[in-house]
Ligand binder design. Structure first.
Ligand SMILES: O=C(CO)COP(=O)(O)O
Ligand SMILES: [Zn+2]
Length: 213
């Protein structure tokens, strides 16, 4: 628990070092007593300082530390919607952002179930309509969508995902990024995603695996 700030800084450096976000984009948070610790606004995920994080409550109120990420209200919405979520990751990962800019996506589920790992890690991916970064009007939409999906795609912006802990949330964001990349690689070829039955079987298998570990 007490090493959460260090893990948050380590994860930011890892994601940034692998170009899963760039410049001063993206934000990460982890649930703690009284709310969550989140990266401050305007910084690089490659240079998070464990001693320089913002504490925010579940209503999105700033409690302590530097000015929080402008997306702290979105992190709060995901924690409220998902009481089991221990961490939230928002990235501007290139291929996921590319998909978020495509026309004609299904807003209920933006990517097809291409692989078993995509179904097990990401599942359904609602697409939320475009809002400017930091626009709190997105909060209620994100909170509603996050009740039934732990990964959301913000149109013309990027993914935000909730996971059991920092490593789990990163795992989901990485699986989403690789699947977005596959989807774009395959765009001009006839593609056979998993069938509804195959996807359903994986969900059952994955749920029972989680319950026994
Ligand atoms: O990705 C970002 C906005 O969507 C980065 O904003 P912050 O620096 O405020 O976290
Ligand atoms: Zn962003």
């Amino acid at each position: 628990m007490s090493d959460i700030p260090a893990r948050l800084a380590e994860l930011g450096a890892s994601l940034f070092g692998r170009r899963l976000t760039h410049g001063r984009t993206g934000n990460i948070s982890a649930r703690v007593d009284g709310g969550f610790l989140v990266t401050p606004t305007g910084g690089s995920l490659g240079e998070i300082s464990a001693g320089h994080l913002s504490l925010v409550d579940l209503a999105g109120g700033h409690l302590a530390g530097p000015r929080p990420s402008k997306e702290a209200f979105l992190h709060a919405a995901l924690y409220r919607a998902r009481p089991d979520a221990g961490a939230v990751v928002h990235l501007h990962s290139t291929y996921s952002v590319a998909v978020s800019c495509l026309d004609g996506l299904d807003p209920a589920d933006a990517l097809p179930p291409l692989t078993a790992y995509y179904v097990m890690r990401v599942g359904r991916l609602p697409l939320l309509p475009y809002h400017a970064p930091g626009d709190s009007a997105l909060g209620p939409l994100a909170e509603r969508a996050a009740r039934t999906a732990h990964a959301l795609l913000l149109a013309n912006h990027g993914p935000i995902v909730a996971g059991p802990d920092l490593a789990g949330a990163a795992d989901i964001a990485e699986e989403l990024e690789e699947t977005a990349r596959l989807w774009l690689l395959l765009h001009d070829r006839p593609t056979r995603p998993l069938t509804a039955d195959q996807a359903a079987e994986l969900r059952i298998r994955h749920r029972s695996e989680r319950n026994t570990t």
